[in-house]
Ligand binder design. Structure first.
Ligand code: PEP
Length: 251
């Protein structure tokens, strides 16, 4: 089965409004392969401007980096899923390791957010991944399994098929240290087996699993060439239009 290939950029808390506008414009206007879905996860303040570039284009879309776990209410400064869906935002990141770490987002909270996103027809990109000590103690597969079990596996068979999974080893995010293609493949194959065991092989074969952690133009080809790696979630390297477009062409 052929799965959707995805190159997703995560701008995090970077770019001024005008820099973001021109970055999105350059990526949108660049020649991109038709069979790769390009996604730009941008700060809330940039969603409208970036979507103005993408809304009438094929194979490119904007994503939110977060939303609040309540539908509405007295949560000053927060953004609700309903606000995103009223803007027709098609994707949202859920459970990025920086939010797990700094905002203490738990698997239980992330499960609630997943339900909210799906109820509002926003496709979640669910992030998982282990820190270095867990990798060193060789418990990385069971750690990620727990993240999926508690955050994701309450979903029905039809709903899980609407999710994109991003495996991002925390020790490789923003560090310049990338998982080797073999390390990425090992975990991606393990995640696919978890999906097959919990649901079935059809589900496992249909879900795109992205790798994230210091993906750059120089290493994207070898990572995306692995049989269970369906693309990347790219932080730092997605802020340079030429470099990101090169990554989009790395399948
Ligand atoms: C990320 O932000 O999800 C990420 C993988 O960052 P970087 O590519 O900079 O490591």
């Amino acid at each position: 089965m052929s799965r959707q290939k995805i190159a997703a950029g995560n701008w995090k808390m970077n770019t001024s409004h005008s820099d973001g506008y021109f970055l999105a414009e350059a990526i949108t206007k660049a020649k991109r392969p038709k069979d790769v879905q390009t996604i730009m996860a941008v700060p809330f303040t940039h969603l409208g401007a970036v979507q103005a570039h993408t809304y009438d284009k094929k194979n490119i879309a904007v994503a939110a980096q977060n939303f609040h776990h309540e539908e509405k209410g007295a949560y000053t400064g927060e953004i609700s899923i309903g606000m995103l869906s009223s803007m027709h935002i098609p994707y949202a990141l859920i459970g990025h390791s920086e939010r797990r770490e700094y905002q203490k987002e738990s698997n239980k909270l992330l499960a609630t957010k997943l339900d909210l996103a799906l109820a509002h027809n926003i496709k979640p990109i669910f992030c998982c991944g282990e820190k270095l000590p867990i990798r060193k103690s060789k418990k990385h597969v069971s750690f990620v399994k727990k993240q999926l079990k508690e955050g994701l596996f309450h979903l029905s068979k039809s709903d899980i098929k609407r999710v994109v999974i991003a495996y991002e080893p925390v020790w490789a995010i923003g560090t310049g240290e990338t998982a080797s293609p073999e390390q990425a493949q090992e975990m991606h194959a393990a995640i696919r087996k978890m999906l097959a065991d919990k649901y079935d092989q059809d589900v496992a074969d249909s879900i795109s699993i992205l790798y994230g952690g210091s993906v750059k133009p120089a290493n994207a080809k070898s990572l995306f060439g692995q049989p269970d790696v369906d693309g990347g979630l790219v932080g730092g390297a997605s802020l340079d239009a030429d470099g990101f477009v090169e990554i989009i062409h790395s399948f």
